[in-house]
Structures are given as C-alpha cells and as structure tokens.
Write a protein that binds this ligand. Structure first.
Ligand SMILES: CC(C)(COP(=O)(O)OP(=O)(O)OC[C@H]1O[C@@H](n2cnc3c(N)ncnc32)[C@H](O)[C@@H]1OP(=O)(O)O)[C@@H](O)C(=O)NCCC(=O)NCCS
Length: 150
C-alpha cells in the first residue's frame, strides 16, 4: 500500500482538503452539534490539524484539540474531525491518521483521546469501535462520547 504521511495544512493542500469528498449519506455525520459549539471557544494554540498525503495526493484530514484546561471534560483531548476521501476509504488511511493522532496525544502527556459522534447507519461508529474506542457517555444532543486510552 500506500506511501502515507502527515503534513501541516498549507497553501498547497488547503484547496484539496476542502474538496475531500464523502460517500452518499456520510455528510450528516461529519460535524456533530457539540463540535460547532465548542469550536466557538476553541483556542488556536491547542488545536492540532494535519493533512494525510499518499505520495503527493491529499487523501484525508485529521484534527484534534488538546487542552487540559478545557471546561468540558470531553474537549480536553478530543479527536475533532477525521475525513478520508470517498475513493480512498477502506484501505487503512483512517487507521493511519488515527494512529498518528494517538501518538501526538501521548507526546503531549494525554492518557486518553475522546471522540464525539452521532450513532447511525453510514456513520463512523464502527471505525471508532474497531480502533478501540469505548462509549463512555452521551452529550445533551444525544451524540455518543467514546474514549480510547493511549
Ligand atoms: C470514518 C473514516 C474516517 C474511516 O476511514 P477509512 O480510511 O475508511 O478506515 P480504514 O480503512 O482505516 O479502516 C480501519 C478499520 O475500521 C473498519 N471500518 C472503517 N469504516 C467502517 C465502517 N463504516 N463499517 C465497519 N467497519 C469499518 C475497517 O474495516 C478497518 O477494520 P480492520 O482493522 O479490521 O481492517 C471514513 O469512513 C470517513 O472519512 N468517513 C466520513 C467522515 C466521517 O464520518 N468522519 C467521522 C466524524 S468526524
């Protein structure tokens, strides 16, 4: 497979990142309500985002927030968004990006990473459970909060 690596978001990748495609039915799972609300109070110092390249091609995007001071516990070490281009799903890109994110969390002294997602057919739950996340709660909007130890 694939020559996968992570790079920082830059002028040369941002357009491709914005154009990452989704499979039909995935749109509704991309940004749970809680994320939008948290984003309004997000500190650029604590956010981490990377583009996934396969060779020179942009195939995914992953972002997180690491802020031990965050008011809400599940925003202290949180996978914010992971998105693999529709044509590149199912060949390990998401697993690679998540592995790198967990490594980043470890290097920042975090002992876990949380994720918030909407359960449902076509959503990312199976991916997160396969990666070792376990549901630990629910937001007030009915989204699942899941956690993996790092
Ligand atoms: C969720 C997502 C990131 C997964 O990325 P991916 O590159 O397709 O996943 P991978 O190929 O790395 O799969 C890793 C494992 O998860 C499993 N998996 C991934 N998606 C799955 C699904 N929908 N159902 C069941 N298993 C799934 C794979 O079978 C694989 O299992 P294995 O370890 O036994 O081989 C991708 O489907 C995506 O971008 N979805 C749309 C955006 C989204 O919903 N993001 C999450 C909310 S921000």
């Amino acid at each position: 497979m694939a020559d996968l690596r992570l790079v920082e978001l830059s002028a040369s990748t941002i357009v491709a990142v914005n154009n990452l495609s989704l499979k039909p039915g995935q749109e509704q799972f991309l940004a749970p309500v809680s994320y939008g609300i948290a984003a309004t109070v997000m500190d650029p110092q604590t956010s981490w985002q990377r583009v996934v390249l396969d060779g020179d091609e942009v195939v995914g995007f992953v972002s997180a927030n690491f802020d031990p001071e965050a008011h809400e516990e599940h925003f202290r070490s949180v996978l914010w968004r992971i998105n693999v281009d529709a044509d590149d799903q199912g060949r390990g890109v998401g697993r690679f990006a998540l592995g790198q994110l967990l490594e980043e969390a470890r290097s920042r002294g975090m002992d876990h990473v949380d994720v918030i997602y909407e359960p449902g057919v076509g959503g990312p739950e199976a991916f997160f459970l396969r990666a070792g996340f376990e549901p630990v709660g629910e937001t007030e909007y009915g989204e699942t909060v899941a956690r993996v130890r790092v």
